[in-house]
Each structure stands twice: as structure tokens, then as C-alpha cells.
Design a protein. Structure first.
Length: 241
């Protein structure tokens, strides 16, 4: 049992400040948005400020198949398009309850242009192909600087040339492999011990050529073993809204 002398008294002001700080941190740490499978998100392609008008009161839900009700955006209000799904659109706008971001029925908004939707679908298909190459640390023709860096990391050497045809760049990457190496040493008792360690050694060089910011050629050299087939993917499509 604690005696009176053993009790620790905390200042009320300090406790209040600590609680306020914790509440602030919990408010800032908002949970990540769960992406809907099959939906195309505009920020993946740098598309912003696509504005639509609400034609009739729009009920907003947390999920594409409704989920939690978030509010109602009234007729005539503007919304910003965030994502396109097969059965609805994700938007951000001012509802009666305050600003909300969620899914609404596409029929209650001004229609999207067919060419806009087609370019979005084409870019989404391209992104899936690029993501598959990045997962295998491979490169395909028509990939961008950012995509190559995401797949192979930082280039060991870069050169560039600018002429009337545009800018040509070459990035060089050293490819490594791991090989076994037998070693001999003595343990604490003075006994001879044989062991095998795996050592990373250069296996070849990959040169990636960019013409006007897109991969136009790949060259592997210096002992590279069997190379994967060269993949050609579509160039990025500019999305016009």
C-alpha cells in the first residue's frame, strides 16, 4: 500500500497539455484510403482539377458498393473527380455534413467525355504492365526515367546529348550476381574449418538509352547471361479533361 509520502502528484496543467498533444497526433494520423479493386485513380497519372457538376442530390458512400454513408452533396454543387470505377465515381465535394470524399452514382454527375475515359483506361493498362516489370527489376521500351529508377535503382553512370532531334541520354547499370566461395579458417580450438560464403560479383552491364525521356534501346554486355526478352509497352498517354 502506498503511503501519503509515496504518492506522486502530477501538475494539472502538464497533464492537460499532454492529453491535448496526444489528441492532436491522433487527429493528424488519418488512416490510408483503401483503394477499390479495378478502379482507376487520377493521381496515378498526375491528372488534377477535373471538375464535375452535381445534376441531382448525390449520396456519398465510403465504398464503391455503398459501404458507410458519408453525406449528401446537393444539386448544383461542384465536385472534383478522384477516381473512376465500373459502377461509380469517387469525388470530393462539400456535402451538407461538411467536405467529404467518397463514391457516388455516375448518373447524378455531368457525363465524362468518352475520349477522357478511354485515355484513362489505356494509362491504367499501361501502368499494370509497368508495375509487373518493376516487380521483376526489368525494363521495357517506352518506360520513363522515374519508372526505370523504380525498377533498377540509381544508375552508376549517366551521359546525355542534346541536338536538333531532341535529348538522348544513356544510363548505365552494373548487374550483380551471387556466387559461392569456399573459405578455410580456424575455430577457437585451433581446428581447421571449411565453409562456403556467397559473394556478390559483377555479372554484366546494362545500358538504357532514352530518347526524349522514354526508353528507346537496351544493351547488355560483359558476361551477362541469358537476357529476358525485350518488352515494348505503350508510351504514356496525355489525359485531357
Amino acid at each position: 500500500m502506498l503511503t501519503t509520502n509515496e504518492l506522486t502528484i502530477f501538475p494539472v496543467k502538464a497533464c492537460s497539455l499532454t492529453i491535448a498533444a496526444l489528441l492532436t497526433l491522433s487527429t493528424l494520423a488519418a488512416p490510408p484510403i483503401l483503394r477499390e479493386p479495378g478502379a482507376t485513380y487520377l493521381d496515378d497519372f498526375g491528372v488534377k482539377n477535373v471538375k464535375l457538376a452535381v445534376l441531382s442530390d448525390a449520396s456519398v458512400y465510403s465504398l464503391l458498393n455503398q459501404g458507410r454513408f458519408l453525406g449528401i452533396i446537393g444539386k448544383g454543387r461542384p465536385v472534383e473527380l478522384l477516381a473512376v470505377g465500373e459502377k461509380g465515381l469517387r469525388v470530393r465535394g462539400m456535402a451538407q455534413q461538411g467536405q467529404v470524399s467518397g463514391w457516388v452514382d455516375a448518373t447524378v454527375l455531368t457525363p465524362l467525355k468518352p475520349e477522357f475515359l478511354e485515355s484513362l483506361r489505356a494509362n491504367a493498362k499501361r501502368k499494370a504492365e509497368v508495375d509487373a516489370l518493376i516487380a521483376k527489376n526489368e525494363v521495357g521500351l517506352n518506360m520513363t526515367h522515374e519508372e526505370v529508377a523504380a525498377s533498377l535503382g540509381k544508375a552508376q553512370k549517366k551521359t546525355s546529348k542534346l541536338d536538333a532531334a531532341g535529348r538522348k541520354e544513356v544510363w548505365e547499370f552494373i548487374r550483380y550476381t551471387r556466387v559461392p566461395q569456399d573459405t578455410t579458417s580456424y575455430d577457437r580450438e585451433g581446428r581447421l574449418v571449411h565453409s562456403t560464403v556467397w559473394v556478390k560479383v559483377p555479372a554484366g552491364k546494362l545500358s538504357v538509352t532514352f530518347d526524349n525521356s522514354l526508353v528507346s534501346a537496351l544493351e547488355q554486355s560483359e558476361g551477362t547471361t541469358e537476357a529476358p526478352p525485350v518488352r515494348v509497352i505503350p508510351a504514356p498517354i496525355i489525359v485531357l479533361n
